[in-house]
Design a protein around this ligand. Structure first.
Ligand code: CP
Ligand code: NVA
Length: 313
């Protein structure tokens, strides 16, 4: 694995290896056992969109692994404006051992990877959010996977967006049934759906795409939602609020799920829009465990990408 751009690019066993390493790193971190697998390694981070969880968890994670992550001010670096993506990729590759990018067009991530000689990490594009989805699967396994994930049902209710795309790939790799419910016209991208369905068939699980939140929520073990207007879609916010209204995850909808279902959200959340306050603040909500797991899973991704597994511990 040279880069971490899409979960679709990973084999099922690579996914499992990352999750196993994440569990080990989580235990080490919680017990304050030194795990400086990436001593003296460094990462340059480019954020063209805002971030709390991704930026902080990668920066602190890299430090816990004995390395350094630096955040590049987008205005200063001017990716594609002050300097071409190809030149930024080749320059940063001379300084840093990895480059992380959060951006709009997915093509920018691909172009960076084409010219960089060090691993590229996709920290969210308009198309996907693989770091998020891998941490989410890790959380589902922690909460629900004692006897494996076979037979469990995850429902993603809302916009067929970047997070939804990565969850489809992640579910397929790990063998978790997934039902996606979106308003008509807001389904996940067709090409991504085709790829995820093919991955799912290989894993023997079902991914269904439909337009009914009630069918999706019925007997679900996991209910997941995300914002209705993603970063970059702010102008569509009002229009989307009307279209997505009946897709709100609220007390009435979650009554259809299994009594011990878990509620997930990648955050930031908009209470009263995609989720009611009652649901996100309920006993079933695991959103902050989910956020914490970003740290552990991303550290595992870094160690795998930078070959630090045989380093000092
Ligand atoms: N979930 C997530 O990626 O959060 P941030 O946008 O705060 O990084
Ligand atoms: N779909 C959201 C996820 C934020 C973590 C966005 O792209 O804004």
């Amino acid at each position: 694995m040279k880069d971490f751009i899409s979960i679709h690019d990973l084999s099922a066993s690579e996914v499992k290896d990352i999750l196993a390493l994440a569990a080990d790193l989580k235990e080490k971190q919680q017990n304050k056992i030194k795990h400086e697998y990436l001593w003296a390694k460094s990462m340059a981070m480019i954020f063209e969109k805002p971030s709390t969880r991704t930026r902080v968890s990668f920066e602190i994670g890299m430090w816990q692994l004995g390395g350094l992550a630096i955040n590049l001010d987008q205005e200063a670096i001017g990716l594609g404006t002050r300097e071409s993506i190809a030149d930024v990729a080749r320059t940063l590759s001379r300084f840093a051992d990895a480059i992380l990018i959060r951006t709009f067009a997915h093509e920018k991530v691909i172009e960076l990877a084409k010219y960089a000689s060090v691993p590229i990490i996709n920290a969210l594009s308009d198309q996907s959010h693989p770091c998020q989805a891998l941490a989410d699967i890790f959380t589902i396994i922690e909460k629900k996977g004692k006897d494996g994930l076979k037979g469990l049902k995850m429902a993603y209710i809302g916009d067929g967006n970047n997070v939804c795309h990565s969850l489809m790939f992640a579910a397929a790799k790990i063998g978790l049934n997934l039902v996606v419910a979106t308003p008509k016209g807001y389904e996940p991208d067709e090409k991504i759906t085709e790829l995820a369905l093919a991955d799912g068939r290989k894993a023997g699980i079902e991914i269904d795409i439909l337009n009914d939140p009630v069918v999706a929520a019925k007997d679900a073990d996991v209910i997941y939602t995300d914002v209705w207007a993603s970063m970059g879609q702010e102008k569509e916010k009002k229009k989307r609020e009307k279209i997505f209204k009946s897709f709100q995850v609220n007390e009435q909808l979650v009554k259809l799920a299994k009594p011990d279902y878990i509620f997930m959200h990648c955050l930031p959340a908009h209470r009263g829009e995609e989720v009611s306050t009652g649901v996100i603040e309920s006993q079933n909500s695991v959103v902050f465990d989910q956020a914490e797991n970003r740290l552990h899973v991303q550290k595992a991704i870094l160690v795998k990408l930078l070959g630090g597994e045989n380093g000092q511990s």
